[in-house]
Design a protein. Structure first.
Length: 432
């Protein structure tokens, strides 16, 4: 595979650590970083400080995409920006016949995802969606066991996902808390989960979705809101010790560390890592502008007859999920729990799958832990992105735009069903 030229749209912490740094440290024979684009110039400085080798890489404002492409002549555009900007940069890249690697979610609604699919059909470029959860050892083993026929034909999946109080509340400090930015957590976060299910069952064509949801923990009516005031910020809030979420792991003697999944807000050695006028990651989780749900349940029917029961809660004492995959000849169960916000568990590093044949005794399949982010998934997906997909792998794992549309359509249908109370039909959506 020849060396390819990459530009990055959105110089987030995820972009720097997951994609840019590996181009220099691990994949220098396969990749060359030739340009970066962002709305905030401070992020260029952060990147160049963290990766000195990138000091001479040209930088471009958010509205200079065409200029960046003309001057740097890339082969691939990597989209790691805020979710609401994904569709714009993906489609512009495809219109220039360039390949695209995009972080999940591909877009923030199914209408945009359809536009991406249409642009791709007219382009020489192809879209890769980086659903790295697929690559975690437990998740790959589940796919292998299903393909081997261990449980016969899959009939039903039961998946309950828990996001602990520290991780869950973080989404409501940041841009994710607005549907117009993230599509809602049923897209931004749950698209990971919906993609896993579709991949496990070998069907990326959901037909119908029905859901219920609520804002139980955050927003002005959150039970731990010290007072109903808008516009507070954690790093300077006089009421932070009255906030159960903050008082749980912070004291008056410790400076408040506001963490952003994509770019930390502050570094003691170098100061702010972004321009506060453009974005703050310490907005109050109890602000009235929040317009997404923190608790939801959904039922999904797929075209191959598989039924999914799904739930997500973004304020639980521990982090993880409980999964059951039922088939005509058996059942697979997984439970993974841990978390940084509250309760911890001594066995949280153990990984196994319980296999129950329809007639017979339980078998426990132990899984060797992965190394690297997202349960060991990040290093493996980096290899597929930069080095090409392994030819001898017995199943597809690197997701494409149809997989992106599938996951987004379910998440979007969840939100729309919660709001409307209706069963959402995705049959026509998935024809694209």
């Amino acid at each position: 595979m020849s060396k390819r030229r990459y530009v990055v749209c959105g110089v987030s912490g995820r972009a720097i650590g997951m994609w840019i740094k590996p181009m220099y440290e691990t994949f220098s024979k396969q990749a060359e970083f030739v340009g970066m684009l962002d709305i905030d110039p401070i992020r260029f400085d952060v990147c160049k400080r963290q990766i000195p080798e990138s000091a001479d890489v040209p930088c471009y404002n958010a509205d200079e995409f065409d200029k960046m492409i003309a001057e740097t002549k890339p082969d691939v555009v990597m989209v790691v920006s805020r979710d609401s900007f994904h569709a714009e940069y993906i489609i512009k890249a495809l219109e220039k016949d360039l390949d695209v690697v995009t972080e999940k979610p591909m877009t923030i609604n199914w209408e945009q995802a359809i536009q991406v699919r249409e642009a791709e059909k007219k382009s020489k470029g192809k879209v890769v969606c980086t659903f790295n959860y697929r690559y975690a050892p437990t998740h790959r083993k589940l796919r292998e066991m299903i393909l081997a026929g261990k449980i016969g034909r899959v009939t039903h999946v039961d998946l309950n996902w828990y996001i602990d109080i520290k991780h869950g509340s973080s989404y409501f400090h940041r841009w994710n808390r607005m549907r117009e930015n993230s599509g809602s957590l049923s897209i931004h976060k749950s698209s990971h989960h919906f993609d896993l299910v579709s991949w496990w069952i070998g069907c990326n064509e959901p037909e119908k979705v029905h859901a219920f949801g609520a804002l139980n923990h955050y927003g002005p009516n959150g039970p731990f809101n010290p007072s109903k005031k808008d516009g507070r910020h954690c790093s300077e809030c006089p009421e932070f010790m009255k906030c159960g979420y903050k008082a749980c792991w912070e004291t008056r003697a410790t400076s408040i560390k506001i963490h952003d999944d994509h770019l930390d807000a502050f570094d003691a050695s170098h100061g702010l890592l972004f321009t506060p006028e453009l974005y703050r990651a310490d907005m109050c989780m109890f602000d009235s502008e929040i317009n997404i749900h923190d608790t939801f349940v959904a039922n999904v029917k797929y075209s191959n007859g598989v039924l999914l029961n799904y739930s997500a809660n973004f304020s639980t004492p521990y982090e993880g999920y409980k999964l059951a995959i039922n088939g005509t000849h058996g059942r697979l169960e997984v439970e993974q729990i841990g978390g940084a916000g509250g309760t911890t568990f001594p066995h949280e590093t153990e990984r196994y799958i319980d296999y129950f044949p329809i007639f017979g005794s339980r078998e426990r399949v132990w899984i060797k832990p992965g190394v690297g982010g997202h349960g060991g998934g990040d290093p493996l997906i980096q290899e597929d992105v930069f080095m090409g997909v392994m030819e001898d792998r017995p199943y597809d794992i690197l997701a494409d735009s149809k997989d992106g549309l599938c996951a987004i359509s379910i998440g979007d249908a969840v939100y729309k069903s919660i709001v409307s109370g209706e069963i959402i039909d995705l049959t026509d959506v998935m024809k694209n």
